[in-house]
Ligand binder design. Sequence first.
Ligand code: CA
Length: 364
Amino acid sequence: MRFIALAAALLILAGCYQRQAEQVQAQPPQQLYQWKLVTSWPKNFPGLGMAPERFAERVNQMSGGRLTIIVYGAGDLVPAFEVFDAVSQGNAEMGHSASYYWKGKIPAAQFFTSIPFGMNAQEVNSWLQYGGGMTLWTELYAPFGIKPLRGGNTGVQMGGWFNKEINSLEDLKGLKMRLPGLGGEVLSRLGGVPVTLPGRELFTALQTGAIDATEWIGPYNDLAVGLHKAASYYYYPGWQEPGTILEFLINQKAFDALPSDLQAIVINAAEGVNQDMLDEYTMRNIEALDALVLDHNIELRAFPDEVLEALRSTTQEVIAEQAATDPQMKRVYDSYLEFYKGVRRYHQVSEEAYDNSRGSLHRD
Ligand code: CA
């Protein structure tokens, strides 16, 4: 009897296994996805260009190869400034760029890169994630069929490279400078001539005298493109871009077509890369600034107070005027300003107070 009972139990068990095996076999093969990601940077460009590469690597690892992302440098599939259109039209599922390049299409987009004299990386990340910024950004891109995600931050940039000293406001008159976004408009009000050029054209433009000055990013990137060989005065601080946000652009239809676990992977990989860029820039900028000052003997200069004050008051004028003519910009500006005032109140007794308490640091 015992033997029969045991045999029966084994038979039932075997039947269960068989049914399970059949169920596994009956599942459809896992669908594989391959996306194109176009960027506004040269392929593998230090800092900016590494974000999409690391994003692709993270997505590939987390999805076990179910979603692969092919990254294209600027000009490989579409030119640097056509990334937005390519993603909007679905010619690429994703892009990596900076929102201020689209100010002609969406003036309010400028708030999602950096505002002159605005929030730094820590502050702007908080506004986006917890202060309502991300909701506004999503609304702004929705009519174009694009879902934006944060895609890195450079931290405070440098003021830029100049082929002459900037001692007073007079020195800005007629100054032809590569300076995109609101910073460019501010320069123009003060008599300068702003120019927009992609990163790969800066060195030649500065070296040939086609422009008198350029800002780019910070020591790490500026050293990499050799801007120190084209001009010798390196000014700080980067009033024009105090916490520049990079963006991932996702074609909404392509995103909606992904299963929910892959959607979560895309979002989490972007979040990881967003923090990673700031971490890497901080480290690399230390090394690069030392190399520029100690090995290449560049002239490191602070903008005079008079110049910074004029740039600051003109920035307020420009933003207020633009916000008054564009309802979307007004909405984003109101949200930005409310958060900015709050975070300054808090940071004046925390981050800023602490920074001041550390005193100045002199080079050995
Ligand atoms: Ca810049």
